[in-house]
Design a protein around this ligand. Structure first.
Ligand code: ATP
Length: 230
């Protein structure tokens, strides 16, 4: 579904990604793991077309989208969930869900969103500011699904959340996958990652240095956590 070949990215003279190549098949959940500053966020932003200083190619559904604007990438079915979640604080949950225009090829109805995220239905009249971190994360995910994304680019959805809420996010990701949505996920909690994802890539200094399956991540969990400084 997604194929990245030789992707490099710069901030001025400083190179943040170095010749990154990877693919994500339809229906998979694939994680990006790496220390702070390894280039994970830059990779997701580059895929969405939000980071301009890049070279290399990005193919989505057999189309070269490397030169397309973020808007056109969203129309093709890419959806970005930023780490700050991007919730409109003064708007209600329902307004947050319904305000962004449907762009992608498989939009979810509000009813379907509320079936998958019953907590958001309960809170639909609440302003964004009154939501817990976990609820905000659910809203950010739900909003991108509602706009029609087929491939979610999620920047560390579990960051700063309690173990119980992390578990809930895991259940949601599994439901999202079961609904036929593909996910490329930044995730530092490798224990959690091995329970929700299919494959994992470790980034260091802008390069993919290792690719692992769940068994390998489980076997090396403590070594990876130590390396990541968690
Ligand atoms: P984190 O988890 O801390 O966000 P990351 O793996 O997502 O880390 P990036 O945020 O992609 O890493 O950063 C990759 C490199 O690019 C780092 O060296 C960082 O300092 C640099 N960088 C990121 N954003 C900018 C920016 N706006 N201007 C200059 N350099 C930047």
């Amino acid at each position: 579904m997604l194929r990245i070949d030789g992707l490099s990215a710069w901030y001025g003279e400083a190179q943040a990604l170095r010749d990154v190549s990877l693919h994500v098949d339809e229906g998979e959940i694939v994680t990006l793991v790496g220390r702070n500053g390894a280039g994970k966020t830059t990779l997701l932003r580059s895929l969405m077309g939000l980071h301009k200083g890049t070279s290399g190619t990005v193919q989505f559904l057999d189309e070269d989208i490397s030169a397309l604007s973020p808007h056109k990438r969203a129309r093709r079915g890419l959806g970005y969930v930023p780490d700050d979640r991007g919730i409109f604080a003064t708007l209600s949950v329902e307004e947050n869900l319904t305000l962004p225009p449907v762009m992608g090829p498989q939009p979810w109805s509000l009813e379907r969103v509320y079936e998958t995220f019953p907590r958001l239905k309960e809170r639909r009249r609440f302003p964004g500011t009154k939501l817990s971190g976990g609820e905000q994360q659910m809203l950010a995910l739900a909003r991108v699904l509602r706009t029609g994304a087929r491939l979610l680019l999620c920047d560390e959805p579990t960051e700063g959340l309690s173990p119980l809420i992390v578990q809930q996010i895991g259940e949601i990701l599994r439901e999202v996958k079961a609904a036929g949505v593909t996910v490329l996920l930044i995730e530092q909690n490798v224990h959690f990652a091995a329970t929700v994802a299919d494959r994992h890539h470790l980034l260091a200094e802008g390069r993919i240095v290792e690719s692992m399956d769940n068994d390998e991540v489980r076997a090396r969990e403590s070594e990876l956590l130590q390396y990541l400084g968690i």
